[in-house]
Design a protein around this ligand. Structure first.
Ligand code: HPA
Length: 268
């Protein structure tokens, strides 16, 4: 495993013109941030040795190196989801490669179902913490980096959360904060499952992010995460939901999420 990570990193190092310290996983809601990356150099996942290839509609797969404002960055356009059939090691492989490339901070976004009764569709939620509901742990088995029993007391950087709130305030953008529950999918929740996750302490639920964030913390990469609420798992407000509904709500919220993220990455 370590050899494969090093092989992939060395392949990428040979291609990179810059040495970024910042990585972005362009999840749902952040797709258009890609248009703001300048001096772009793109590599399709299928060209990268050992990289899984993503399959889901609306997620094309490439790694992008370039500049966002003044910052050298690398961005993943398309991520790997557990529900697609990848193992947790595959889902989190890119994060381990990031570490090997020298990344110090990771920005992630996603779409989620809001369970906090104060939330509405289109809200942005800064992720303050998560609850891992995936059936397989990404750190199970051989320990590659870091501690055997990693600390998770600040999985999402408090400093970056504070900066993001400041930016949102300056820009007059309303943001929520909350706990993200990560589930395996691919089903959306039943009303009873939403209720359970709410009782557990969750504000929103989705099918990504948690594995990558666990691995990032394990290898001491700082994390900031933001979620767009695309549907509601609140008793009395639950309606049928489709992937298209999720995409539509996420696209509508995209400009605001992009505005916060762009500025935060520049100030981080
Ligand atoms: N549940 C799980 N994943 C999701 C949801 C949801 O309600 N909305 C967007 N992604």
């Amino acid at each position: 495993m370590l050899e494969r990570i090093k092989e992939t990193a060395s392949f990428l190092k040979d291609k990179m013109c810059t040495v970024p310290e910042t990585a972005i996983i362009l999840g749902t809601g952040l797709g258009s941030l890609v248009n703001e990356i300048t001096e772009k150099y793109e590599i399709g996942y299928e060209e990268i040795p050992n990289f899984p290839v993503s399959t889901v509609e609306g997620h094309s797969g490439k790694l992008i190196f370039g500049k966002l404002g003044d910052k050298d960055i690398m961005a993943m356009q398309g991520r790997f989801h557990y529900y697609e059939g990848y193992s947790m090691k595959e889902v989190t492989f890119p994060v381990r490669v990031m570490k090997e490339l020298g990344i110090g901070t990771l920005f992630v976004s996603n779409a989620s179902g809001g369970m906090n009764p104060d939330f509405k569709i289109g809200d942005l939620m800064i992720i303050t913490d998560h609850i891992n509901q995936f059936p397989e742990h990404p750190l199970r088995g051989g320990n590659l980096y870091g501690d055997r029993f990693p600390d998770m007391s600040e999985a999402y950087s408090k400093e970056l959360i504070a900066k993001a709130k400041e930016i949102a305030r300056e820009k007059g953008i309303d943001v929520r904060e909350g706990v993200y529950v990560g589930t395996q999918g691919p089903t959306f929740e039943t009303p009873s499952e939403y209720k359970l996750f709410r009782v557990m302490g969750g504000d929103a639920v989705g099918m990504s992010t948690v594995p990558e964030v666990i691995v990032a913390n394990h290898c001491k990469i700082k994390v900031f995460g933001i979620s767009v609420i695309t549907d509601l798992g609140v008793e009395g407000k639950i309606v049928e939901v489709s992937h298209e509904d999720v995409q539509k709500a996420a696209n509508a919220a995209q400009p605001l999420m992009t505005a916060i993220m762009r500025e935060l990455i520049n100030r981080a």
